[in-house]
Structures are given as C-alpha cells and as structure tokens.
Design a protein around this ligand. Structure first.
Ligand code: URA
Length: 236
C-alpha cells in the first residue's frame, strides 16, 4: 500500500492535463490553495486527503475513512474471493471507496477488523517498529499450564520466515481459555505458536488493536466508523 504523496505541480498537471510550465504560472498567480492556504510553491507535497482548489474549484477532495468491523467466522479478510463471502460484502455502502484491510484475520477468526483508505495510518498500525499491541481471546483443545506463559514470553523460532517471534503475553483466564497479546502479525501466528506446544486452537477472537477495543454493541457482521476520540487514542 503506497503512501500516495505527490508534488503539487505534478498533481495539477496530470489532473488538468496541462504542462507543468503552465502550472507554475498558475501557482505564481496565487490561484491554487491546499487545505485553505494559498500555495505558490510547485514543490509542495500533498497527500491523498489534501484539498486542492484551483480558482475556488475543488480538483479533488478524498475523505479519509476509518471503520471497525465485528468480523464473523466464515468471512474472508479480502476484497475479492471466488469461494467465500468477503468482508467487503458486509460493507455495501463502502464498495467503491478504495478501502483496504488493516491486518487480516483468518477465515475462522472473529473479532475486531479495521478498514481504511488511509495507507499511512494502516502502515503505522502494521509496521513492526510501532509495536502496536493486538489482543486475542483463544480457546484451546488441551488445558493450559504455566509452561505456555514462559514459551510465549521467550518467543518461537519460525524457520519459514527465519525469525523468532517477539515476546508475547499469555494470560490464563480459564483452563482452556487464554488472552494473548502480540506486537506483530505473522501468518497464522497464534495457531502456529500453540501448534508448537501441540495444542489446537478451537476458537480465536481479536479483542483489540492498540487502545482500540471492539465495540460490544456491534453485533457479529456489523461495523461503524471510528470516533475522533478512538482515532486520537489508538496509538496511546
Ligand atoms: N493468529 C492466527 O493464527 N490467526 C489470526 O487470524 C490472527 C492471529
């Protein structure tokens, strides 16, 4: 997912189909504003949500969208799939809004799934440097012991990726129920970690991403936009 930044003169030139030389003259005359401020600098960097106006007419104004979905089991975290229903099928009002998924969940995992058209925001959530915590509720086939807590804290070596997983927090809530906190998102990570301990994940549900907790009033399959407060506090 690219961050979609562009030079102002290039954007206007492409959008209006006029040469860059002419765009620089237009800029010099103060006919262009970006987010309400007159800009004369051709080098000015804009992003996908900058409001660019020429002679008072909006050239483009894309609104950022941030959604939380209560993902059901049996729905694929993808925008297209030949076999299963996708999460996009649950969001008919947002069909052509250029949304992408922030951190997929497996077909048989439920819980908090974020969707956005803001690639910088999703990159920040997913990037290993930011170590945004993701909490899961995990139901296991065999009972848990303290050895699991230690093993999750120490990390597991995954030969396929040649990495050792970051320390993860495992809290035993009931003999067959754990809350697991990860700071990364490897392929089938939780299932593979429990698989190493010869235990099988029977159910997996994502509770939170950063400080953002799945809204309990959202029924399975429902979604809503994030509030400004949630957006401001997700990274802590
Ligand atoms: N770990 C998994 O194994 N599956 C998920 O969907 C998320 C984390």
């Amino acid at each position: 997912m690219s961050a979609k930044r562009a030079r102002l003169d290039r954007f206007i030139s492409q959008h209006c189909q006029i040469p860059r030389k002419q765009v620089r003259l237009i800029l010099a005359k103060g006919r262009v504003s970006v987010d309400g401020q007159v800009v004369r600098d051709a080098d000015c960097q804009i992003d996908q949500f900058s409001q660019v106006m020429l002679d008072g007419q909006a050239l483009r104004h894309e609104q950022p969208i941030y959604l939380m979905l209560h993902k059901p089991v049996g729905v694929v975290s993808a925008t297209k799939d030949d076999e299963h229903r996708t999460v996009m099928d649950l969001l008919p009002d947002y069909k052509d809004k250029g949304l992408h998924i922030v951190g997929r969940l497996d077909l048989n995992t439920s819980g908090l799934l974020l969707l956005t058209n803001d690639s910088r925001w999703s990159k920040r959530i997913m990037s290993p440097e930011h170590k945004v915590a993701k909490q899961y509720l995990v139901t296991l086939k065999a009972p848990l012991t303290q050895a699991y807590v230690k093993a999750f804290a120490e990390g597991f070596y995954f030969a396929f990726e040649n990495i050792t997983t970051q320390p993860a927090l495992l809290e035993i809530l009931e003999p067959h129920l754990a809350r697991v906190t990860l700071h990364e998102g490897r392929y089938h990570q939780i299932k593979r970690m429990f698989g190493r301990l010869r235990n099988q994940v029977m159910a997996l549900h994502r509770l939170s991403v950063g400080n953002l907790i799945l809204d309990e009033t959202l029924a399975v399959g429902e979604y809503r936009p994030l509030t400004p407060l949630e957006l401001a506090s997700i990274f802590g």
